[in-house]
Ligand binder design. Sequence first.
Ligand code: DGT
Ligand code: CA
Ligand code: CA
Ligand code: ZN
Length: 585
Amino acid sequence: MDKDRVAEILSEIGVLLELKGENPFKSRAYANAARAIQTLEEPIEKLVAENRLGEIKGVGEGLQEKITILVQTGRLPYYEELKASIPAGLVEMLSIPSLGPKKIKALHDRLGISTIEELEAACKAGKVAGLDGFGEKRQAKILEGIEYRRQYASRHLLSAALEVAEPILAELSARKDVIRCDVAGSVRRFKEMIGDVDFIVSSEDADAVIECFVTRPGVMSVSAKGSTKASVILSGGIQADIRVVSHREYPFALAYFTGSKEHNIVMRQRAIQRGLRLNEYGLFRSQVETRDPSLCLPCTTESDIYAALELDYIPPELREDKGEFAAAEAHALPRLIELKDIRGSLHNHSNWSDGINSVAQIASIMSQRFEYWAITDHSKSSFQANGLDAKRLKQQGDEIRRVNESLAAKGVKFRLLGGIEVDILRDGKLDFDDEVLAGLDVVIASLHVPASSEAENTRRLVKAAENPFVHIIGHPTGRLLLEREPYPVNIQAVIDACAETGTWLELNCSPYRLDLDWRLWPQAKSKGVKCAIGPDAHRNEQADWLRLGAGVARKGWLTADDVVNTLDLASLRKALAAKRNRSKR
Ligand code: DGT
Ligand code: CA
Ligand code: CA
Ligand code: ZN
């Protein structure tokens, strides 16, 4: 554990003690010690090893003992117990601008407030203004702070992060004083939701790069600005961090700030086991924490770092400490799917239901980029989405056929596929009879109106998978990121039913869904379940969501072979026929 982290924990202890209303001298002692440790010239591990913590100003015996435990074991039970003894809501309130520990304690003691929601209600009811030391002005400020926090300190969709990150990255790479740059953190790892966006840059003119970063349009406020790093809030409320490092440090900083934290911890351990030290500054021939460039192994890429630790290169999406180390050691990492492997999409809507584009418009755009594109509009029970009844479905089918004929006449290979996203109704019955489904190229079954019982939802989905005319279970858990939790369902049972019946599971790559979750794909894959990546496009531009789909599929350890819409059209047709033929055997 480095000194920054030790200092961070000590100062947090100081704040927690204050929240608890402990003796102010005690909490101040922690804050002072934290400050002293931050400015140490030597590695803290060295001081611990040589029993010299007493030399630090303001660090008495009690603190020495705690720091020693922390540095030697990486944990501090005292800190963990202290944290656990305070309602989580009080600690959370610290993130509200204008509220410090003393005020939070007063609110807790006098109004019994222990969550942000309670605080908001009390402010709205005017109860906070009446407290000694608060008043109308402060009450209004607190409400403002709660709103700010809600907007700006929350989590964001990956798609929103990519959207803000890409222009910044383009701008940075175009600068002459930038040697290399990349997005790091959870965005690079393709997490479905992110906290903030991290940029790593190598340059010999850090000042100029930082200045450009904090003054570019789109920056709403600058939260921190130093000589090599800065944090800003972008319009739209996403925080972005930048770090500028030297050319030599770049691969180490990129690897470190890509994370995940869990992945980094294992990397660090592997380094230690080999008599090395790994941190954001380098990989050093050293038994103690250091930044001495003369001890650093020469690595110019992340691959070099992995190689030095006897690992194959681990793609960022897999860096979650979920089995990637064993695989990289055994040269058994999968060759992950790439966007260019995807040849078409099986889940899309047209203006026959709630989509924007006509069948002809869809064909004219998608034929430029893909081999096939299925139109799978909603079925009649989804009346709010203008779902199709059998008669309109047939008319739509005729239109699709006409468009395909004219494509064929022009010698174009691209084809539209005709299909439906059929609602799964009560008891797992579908919105169309088998005879209707049998006439379609692609059938997705989706649960849009779930029951409250897990058993019931599971039964419905399993029954849908057992239908020989259903190819795909759409957005299998129904989650809406940042909005709605998955419906209760035994997803293991659904995966098993898909494996049993040869039904595909969808990786719905609408940025709001990314469902089935990447964490479940390795399991589905191990049972032989294939994946259909579907943008669920309601307008043509949403074809771009396939990029999210490919990235999240990578995060789920999937290869091109695991994903059905990497097949060419002829093979796809065979695969679509396979399930129906199965039931005839
Ligand atoms: P986020 O922003 O919450 O979506 O998640 P990340 O992973 O982007 O986290 P962030 O921005 O706090 O930090 C970026 C990376 O820096 C993180 O993935 C790993 C590394 N990192 C940050 N703090 C620590 C730490 O205390 N220990 C270790 N080992 N790595 C850290
Ligand atoms: Ca981040
Ligand atoms: Ca960050
Ligand atoms: Zn749907």
